[in-house]
Design a protein around this ligand. Structure first.
Ligand SMILES: NC(=O)c1ccc[n+]([C@@H]2O[C@H](COP(=O)([O-])OP(=O)(O)OC[C@H]3O[C@@H](n4cnc5c(N)ncnc54)[C@H](O)[C@@H]3O)[C@@H](O)[C@H]2O)c1
Length: 374
């Protein structure tokens, strides 16, 4: 199979969908890999590294026009729509429920599009989202520590304190993938960490793996009110799958928080968990409301493409190998995780929530597969 790797052209996107190590694995399995010129540069992979791995370097036109399987990181943007075509399988983050023009472009082109974010295990885990949550959680503690420094407008407290001086207090709301990773880094920096969670099972698990080094408390409106008063750094890390984040931090709580404390709202990509949260960018990451510094960057992993690219490709490669080895139709039939990732199959919209969101025709995947095989 011919596997193409496109260069990302979305502003501020430095990741690439395949590392040279991944390219080598595909070449060893007998596939041809064509990487667009300069595709890996933002992640510190020069073209030569791909060539040494056995891939060819090709122009944007060649990569898009000849790939059977096209790998990307972000969804195609409007200027790329004319490049979508029948016979190609696209594997990337898509998020089309919020993007009607792209949904229509995928359907009209007749392409098969598999979204990283909807690949799902039988137990409901999202393996291609998890590494970005790990990274965002770790960055949240770092960004918080940074903005707590006085020259950055913060309270001027060192996360770990020193001998004889108390460390900063960090409050993490939500103890899932983001929250756990934020807590681990904050602990590593020497902070005193509290995690609010609403799942008792999850708290039991965190208690075990963190060996009692963080305070774990049941999340409630009252507990949040109590805990947030003492926090130097608050990290929002809640998720209710498929829903907007709950607005746990109401506007009237802000005056009760410490002056120049920092609030990092990682849940901002689901609308944020404070009434005062609004998305920011890496260029201008913070703003202040009622004396509380808000950091609400919606694509935090974008700041560390060297780490993010490797973490992403570590988890996508097994699926890429399967898609390349047996082709999209057979791979989807064989692997229910991949099947859940299919958003369009040969131009048929197979993701019900997306069809509903845009009032478009929906074809159940099994029907689409039957039609596709016939
Ligand atoms: N900004 C970014 O760059 C970025 C990157 C990755 C993930 N995220 C976002 O971070 C958020 C968290 O992601 P995750 O992977 O950790 O999800 P997750 O499902 O692993 O964890 C969410 C946790 O929140 C808990 N929770 C739900 N309601 C709660 C409440 N009221 N109080 C306390 N805890 C509550 C859940 O029990 C769960 O343990 C998501 O919105 C995700 O989209 C943002």
């Amino acid at each position: 199979m011919r596997v193409g790797v496109a260069r990302e052209i979305k502003p501020q996107e430095y990741r690439v969908a395949l590392t040279p190590a991944g390219a080598r694995e595909l070449v060893l399995r007998g596939h041809e890999v064509a990487v667009e010129t300069g595709a890996g540069l933002g992640s510190a992979f020069p073209d030569e590294a791909y060539e040494r791995a056995g891939a060819t370097i090709a122009s944007v036109d060649d990569v898009w026009s000849s790939a059977d399987l096209l790998l990307k990181v972000k969804e195609p943007i409007a200027s790329e729509y004319p490049r979508l075509r029948e016979g190609m399988t696209l594997f990337t983050y898509l998020h089309i429920a919020a993007d009607e023009p792209l949904t229509r472009a995928l359907v009209d082109s007749g392409i098969t599009a598999i979204a990283y974010e909807t690949v799902e295990t039988d137990r409901g885990a999202l393996p291609l989202l998890a590494p970005m949550s790990e990274i965002a959680g770790r960055l949240a503690a770092q960004a918080g520590a940074d903005h707590l420094e006085k020259p950055k407008g913060g309270r001027g407290i060192l996360l770990g304190g020193v001998a004889g001086v108390a460390p900063a207090r960090v409050l993490v709301i939500g103890g899932g993938m983001v929250g756990y990773n934020a807590a681990v880094i904050a602990l590593g920096m020497g902070a005193q960490v509290t995690v609010l969670e609403r799942s008792v099972d999850r708290m039991r698990y965190l208690e075990q793996i963190l060996s009692g080094r963080v305070q774990l408390l049941m999340s409630s409106a009252l507990q949040l009110e109590e805990s947030i008063k003492d926090a130097d750094l608050t990290i929002g890390a809640v998720l209710i799958p498929g829903a907007l984040a709950p607005k746990l931090i109401t506007r009237d709580l802000l005056p009760t928080m410490k002056e120049s404390s920092v609030f990092v709202d990682v849940a901002i990509d689901q609308g944020g968990c404070a009434e005062t949260s609004k998305a920011t960018t890496h260029d201008d990451p913070v703003y202040t409301v009622d004396g509380v510094i808000h950091y609400c960057v919606a694509n935090m992993p974008g700041a560390v493409p060297i780490t993010s690219t490797r973490a992403l490709t570590n988890v996508t490669l097994p699926y890429v190998e399967q898609l390349a080895d047996v082709g999209a139709l057979r791979a989807v039939v064989a692997n229910p995780e991949l099947a859940r990732g299919v958003n369009t199959l040969r131009g048929m919209l197979t993701y019900e929530a997306v069809a509903e969101a845009h009032a478009m025709d929906y074809t159940p995947l099994d029907d689409a597969l039957a039609a596709g095989v016939a």
